[in-house]
Design a protein around this ligand. Structure first.
Ligand code: PMP
Length: 392
């Protein structure tokens, strides 16, 4: 018997808990203010358009729905991206972010300059086994300074400078998971410079575009900056959080190459990775996203609804911090409101998280990460009380 997954496994423990006050702040899936799963109204609308359009269920190509891929790339790189116009950017539809990471990991293991990849310390837990299973050695670069609940920027730059030339660096495009701490624009510019100088290869993981700040172009700033700085790079996009399409597995893996010819060669190799892996991706979710992004009016509805989710989370950050203060906590909780995205990296130790679970039925991950999406007006005070009791 293998151990349960550290994140998904929490759901089972939560389900079996009979405490009526139980709260799940483990898994990163958005909930509305009543704690229920949320389907964006524009997604419902797109679904009915897709189902009434009489499309068949033939196989997609190995690279998926081309229109979806084109729209996804435009969403990330911007509709004014010169490299797209020059044909230097290509992509494939993937099984959401996770699937795109896996395909890219296999590609790197075959063609990368080194058989290693650098990931931030800490990073989303699944990055590590995904890359290891592709045959890559996972190395870490400094990212978070627990002492001041902030970015360890000088450590990060130093590690990039010290890494062997031509190393692949995995970068969270926005809303770093789990810390919620992103580099500032000027820090991104410096990172871009160091990566360029050392000939490293940037690989962006963008799982929260639009969901982080409520403004999709702003959340793609780092990616667009690197492209305009002339990097060749790869990017994996997830449409799980921003479009709320978790179970549909909608993602895109794209790359900016040095020439159109090179972009095509990479595409051919990506297809060679995909075909014996899952053959081709599912169509429905990609059709939903394409239906929205091809239409200006529906895109606007999406932007508003995505911002609505980001704003509710922002409001809950403020509420959680003030509830902690009201509960009498004298710890500094300012990072709860300064972090962005879905998570609060609370600074709670493993033992404190375990106490929250055992004594209060508040389920977070053992690294102290709290999914703000699970916090509501109805449970915020209860969560704050539990956090305070366990951190006294
Ligand atoms: N990357 C990051 C940083 C994430 O936080 C997530 C989701 N937790 C993913 C990738 C993958 O999610 P999915 O496979 O649902 O797109």
């Amino acid at each position: 018997m293998g151990p349960p997954d550290p994140i998904i496994g929490l759901n089972d423990a939560f389900k079996n808990d009979t405490n009526p006050n139980k709260v799940n702040v483990g898994v990163g899936a958005y909930r509305d203010d009543l704690g229920s799963p949320y389907v964006l109204p524009v997604v419902r609308k797109a679904e009915s358009l897709v189902s009434s359009s009489g499309l068949d269920h033939e196989y997609a190509g190995i690279a998926g729905e081309q229109e979806f891929v084109d729209l996804a790339m435009e969403f990330a790189y911007g509709d004014d991206c010169v490299k797209i116009k020059e044909g230097k950017v290509k992509g494939v539809q993937t099984l959401s972010g996770t699937g795109g990471l896996r395909v890219m990991g296999e590609f790197l293991a075959k063609f990368g300059k080194h058989k290693h990849i650098y990931v931030p310390d800490p990073t989303w837990g699944n990055h590590i086994p995904i890359m290891q299973n592709c045959g890559l050695e996972v190395k870490k670069y400094r990212y978070y300074d627990a002492g001041n609940s902030g970015l360890d920027f000088s450590g990060l730059v130093e590690d990039m400078e010290k890494a062997p030339e031509g190393s692949c660096f995995l970068l969270h495009a926005c809303a770093h998971n789990p810390t919620g701490m992103d580099p500032t624009e000027s820090q991104w510019s410096e990172i871009s410079k160091v990566i360029k100088e050392k000939g490293h290869f940037p690989f962006f993981d963008c799982a929260y575009q639009g969901f982080a700040s409520g403004n999709a172009p702003k959340d793609a700033w780092s990616i667009r900056k690197f492209v305009s700085d002339g990097h060749e790079l790869a990017l994996v996009q997830s449409f799980s959080k921003n479009f709320g399409l978790y179970g549909q597995r909608v993602g895109c893996l794209s790359w900016v190459a040095g020439s159109e010819e090179e972009a095509k060669r990479v595409e051919s190799q990506m297809k060679i990775v995909i075909r014996p892996s899952y053959s081709n991706p599912p169509r429905h979710g990609a059709r939903i996203v394409a239906t929205i992004l091809r239409d200006e009016g529906m895109t606007k509805e999406f932007v508003d609804q995505c911002k609505g989710m980001a704003d509710r989370i922002g409001g809950m950050r403020t509420a959680l911090r003030s509830s902690l203060e009201d509960a009498g906590s004298t710890r500094d909780w300012s990072h709860v409101t300064s972090q962005i995205g879905m998570f609060a990296y609370s600074g709670l130790s493993k033992e404190q998280v375990e106490r929250m679970r055992d004594e209060f039925s508040v389920y977070g991950t053992l690294d102290g990460r709290i999914s703000m999406a699970g916090v509501t007006k109805g449970n915020v005070e209860y969560i704050a009380k539990a956090m305070h009791e366990c951190t006294k």
